[in-house]
Design a protein around this ligand. Structure first.
Ligand code: ZN
Length: 265
């Protein structure tokens, strides 16, 4: 049988060298978003470090995911957070203003993945209190000291959650290989506190599928860092999992450059 010729041998080895090797691809048993068994292998995505990340797809909720990529190292993102502070302050003010137009925020805001506390600083400027959680301790220490915010350098979960009047989780879930447990906690805590939950991720819906066949290492590509963004939610997928855990409705809400859903109960 004629071999397929591709330029990069490291990429071609597993898929094309023999019919045997193709069967060695490890398949996830379930979709990491909706838990469906209808999952399919999509393709190998190269990284800039010459590694390979396997991309899978859920036929049920239309999310994409790479659960077998290596865990991301916990590293300080302090300089990044500082560089986008002004932008995030503007977006956060827009977000909080829009939420306040729908409901009063009665109680502290919990911000998951708070970084240096940009969102909570924006909240403070309009008279709202909050507490932030982030595993990036450097950023938490910087934000706590410089802006006198309550930022905790640890994982947030249901068991260590204070009472709240709003939960925000922005640009976090796409980094998590198995996000269902965190989503379950987010939904449950928001439900217990009878408050809104705002979730924003870079959604991957059908109109972005065209990027599956272009060079993923090009600048700004949705799969430019396939080992960093490991779960690519479709809007349908996020809706499915939130409703499974008790959410009643999800309303789309754009604030600055963030697009997400305001989850209610
Ligand atoms: Zn799914």
């Amino acid at each position: 049988m004629e071999r397929v010729t591709v330029n990069d041998k490291s990429l071609s080895q597993r898929q094309f060298n023999s019919s045997e090797s193709a069967s060695k691809i490890s398949m996830p048993e379930k979709c990491v978003v909706c838990n469906s068994s209808y999952v399919s292998f999509v393709k190998e995505l190269p990284t800039k470090q010459n590694k390979i990340v396997d991309l899978f797809y859920c036929m049920e909720c239309e999310s994409f995911f790479s659960p077998f990529s290596l865990p991301n190292k916990v590293s300080s993102q302090l300089e990044w957070h500082k560089s986008v502070l002004d932008r995030n302050l503007e977006w956060a003010t827009d977000l909080l203003t829009k939420i306040q137009q729908k409901t009063s925020i009665d109680g502290p805001i919990i911000d998951i993945g708070c970084g240096i506390g940009s969102l909570l600083l924006a909240a403070k400027q309009i008279g709202l209190e909050g507490i932030g959680f982030d595993i990036d301790e450097d950023s938490c220490i910087y934000g706590s000291t410089k802006y006198n915010l309550k930022l905790v350098g640890t994982y947030w979960e249901r068991s260590n959650s204070p009472q709240c009047g709003l939960i925000t989780c922005i640009s976090v879930l796409e980094h998590i290989h198995y996000p269902r447990l965190l989503i379950k906690d987010l939904v449950n805590v928001a439900k217990e506190n009878k408050c809104y939950l705002y979730i924003s991720v870079p959604f991957l819906n059908r109109d972005w599928w065209k990027f599956l066949i272009t060079d993923n290492l090009s600048k700004g590509h949705i799969f430019e860092y396939p080992h960093v963004h490991v779960t690519h939610f479709s809007s349908k997928g996020l809706g499915t999992v939130c409703r499974e855990f008790g959410a009643k409705s999800l309303d789309p809400l754009r604030a600055g450059g963030w697009f997400g859903f305001l989850v209610s109960f």
